[in-house]
Write a protein that binds this ligand. Structure first.
Ligand code: TIU
Length: 232
């Protein structure tokens, strides 16, 4: 149950311990909820994954996003992808593995993982509003080669509510980057998903172990309670 500690902050139930968040210094960071990872025919499926495993994160993220919008929280969406000329896509990434289609190849949702293509865009259920921030990132971490750090600093953000896909890849990489930059990361477990359920569990366990070595882990119910929004 959430306890209000002041007009502007709330205590969120989390592991390894509850955490008080000053909402004016908190952003909701939604990682890579793109058609390329969530739908058949995109980057995730070309890597051999069952993309249906990621759908479970959509409802919890939508509920937290609605509450965040209602309370005027800063909302940041990220998208993994590359320039059409691939100048920001290292050969080591393009050539990796044996996907059915490589980054830049034409697929059913346009060129795989390329900015501006239908597959690169965010799924309709979580589509950004015009006033929300969208960060295009070439890597797994949202801070690498992006303007995210500068933007968060300008908004006075100290705390990140983090969700998205996949738990052990882009969510974990971003949380580690953020932790080293001094942000308190509170990861919404049911708002994350992986193609590998065991990696999802391990990815969350690694964040909260050792007294919260990278951050805190909570769930959407606890976040909504803390936001004073019992629905969802
Ligand atoms: N393959 C996989 O699990 N993830 C990625 O390639 N990118 C993100 O996690 N967004």
């Amino acid at each position: 149950m959430a306890t209000t500690t002041s007009a502007a902050s709330s205590m969120i139930e989390a592991e390894p311990a509850p955490i008080a968040l000053d909402w004016s210094a908190t952003a909701l960071l939604i990682i890579d909820m793109q058609r390329d990872f969530m739908e058949p025919g995109g980057f995730g499926e070309t890597l051999g994954n069952d993309v249906s495993l990621l759908g479970r994160a959509v409802g919890p993220i939508a509920a937290v996003l609605a509450a965040a919008r209602a309370m005027g929280l800063l909302v940041v969406h990220t998208r993994e992808g590359h320039r059409p000329d691939l100048t920001d896509a290292p050969p080591a990434k393009i050539e990796r593995g044996a996907p059915s289609l490589r980054i830049g190849d034409p697929g059913p949702m346009g060129r795989i993982l390329i900015r501006g293509e239908p597959g690169h865009d965010i799924i309709p259920e979580l589509y950004p509003r015009a006033e929300e921030i969208v960060i295009d990132k070439p890597g797994k971490g949202a801070f690498y080669a992006t303007e995210l750090g500068d933007i968060l600093q300008k908004y006075g953000i100290e705390n990140l509510l983090v969700c998205g896909v996949t738990t052990e890849v882009c969510v974990n990489t971003t949380v580690r980057e953020a932790n080293d930059r001094g942000y308190r990361c509170v990861v919404i477990a049911d708002g994350c998903a992986s193609y590998f359920p065991e990696f999802h569990a391990a990815g969350l366990a690694m964040i909260k172990a050792q007294g919260g070595i990278f951050g805190w882990v909570t769930d959407s119910t606890a976040v909504l309670a803390a936001m004073g929004s019992e629905q969802g």
